[in-house]
Design a protein around this ligand. Structure first.
Ligand code: GLN
Length: 285
């Protein structure tokens, strides 16, 4: 391939190539912006420019990789979450927009139950760190801790925290094990919640590239909610808030796990923007 292509030619080629392979065409624009280090507006302004052959070659390789299933975020190394950019890699779950809704709801609850804006917060299973870091950035007066069982995930989360200047106490360990011995105002978690029997239904991009410890859990994906529901009453203050992200079919099950642990609390399932059950909140006020 010696012909120099213009930016729009490369973009059109990549979009139709990805479409033919059953992938999102939009990935073409994201990968080209990444290659050129341009915003979307910058790319639009450069459509008629000739593409540097080396950049074109790398862009082609990335398009081919994505066509083969590699997540776009593993090729760019980043994903945006709640308006901030986070490093992602094969050791952490790629941030999902649904999790922004967990943040949004929690911030509303903070206004209501912790009007001083400084509740202590812990994020269990922090992965890339998005929940803990976002909460710390939004509520700088809060003390924030984050737990993960994976050392490489924690290293990624630490890099993300320093990228955003967020002072967070990162703890390596299994679920609530490293946060015992004191009480917290808010506990948030987006734990692995996919049942092993659902593996076949996942897209190859997820199943073959995202870390299985971040995706799957026993008991149809409920195992970690049931452990947390049992362990949290000793670790959460009153008033206190627990917020879980859940799978769309898990609302009632997770609600009743929390109900057993907190018979007096207000517990509700909240839908995401696609109208799927996506969060369960427990308010013990
Ligand atoms: N807390 C991280 C997130 O919301 C990681 C979640 C996970 O690995 N299950 O993306």
């Amino acid at each position: 391939m010696t012909d120099v292509r213009r930016v729009f030619e490369a973009l059109n080629w990549a979009s139709s190539f990805l479409k033919a392979k059953g992938r999102e065409e939009n990935a073409a624009r994201i990968l080209l912006q990444h290659e050129l280090g341009m915003s979307q507006a910058g790319l639009l302004a450069s459509l008629r420019d000739p593409l540097d052959p080396e950049q074109d070659e790398r862009f082609r390789r990335n398009i081919e990789q994505h066509a083969a299933g590699v997540p776009v975020q593993h090729l760019t190394g980043v994903e945006e979450f709640y308006g901030r950019e986070f490093e992602v890699n094969k050791d952490v779950l790629i941030p999902r927009p649904e999790t922004e809704e967990l943040i949004e709801e929690t911030l509303q609850l903070v206004q209501r139950y912790f009007p001083a804006g400084d509740p202590s917060i812990v994020d269990i299973g922090t992965g890339s760190g998005i929940i803990a870091i976002t909460m710390k950035c939004e509520l700088p007066a809060s003390e924030v801790a984050a737990v993960d069982i994976s050392e490489s995930a924690l290293l990624t989360a630490e890099r993300n925290a320093s990228r955003h200047g967020a002072d967070i106490d990162f703890k390596l360990g299994d679920l609530t094990e490293p946060i015992r011995g004191r009480k917290w105002d808010i506990v948030l978690s987006n734990p692995p919640y996919i049942g092993y029997d659902e593996k076949a239904e996942l897209s190859d991009t997820v199943r073959d590239f995202e870390p299985h410890t971040a995706l799957f859990a026993d008991d149809q994906g409920l195992a970690l909610y049931s452990r947390m529901a049992r362990e949290l009453p000793a670790l959460v203050n009153k008033p206190g808030i627990i917020g879980f992200e859940i799978g769309h079919a898990q609302g009632e099950a997770v609600k009743s796990l929390l109900k057993e642990a907190y018979p007096q609390a207000e517990i509700y399932v909240k839908k995401d923007i696609n109208k799927n059950d996506r969060m369960v909140f427990c308010i013990n006020a």
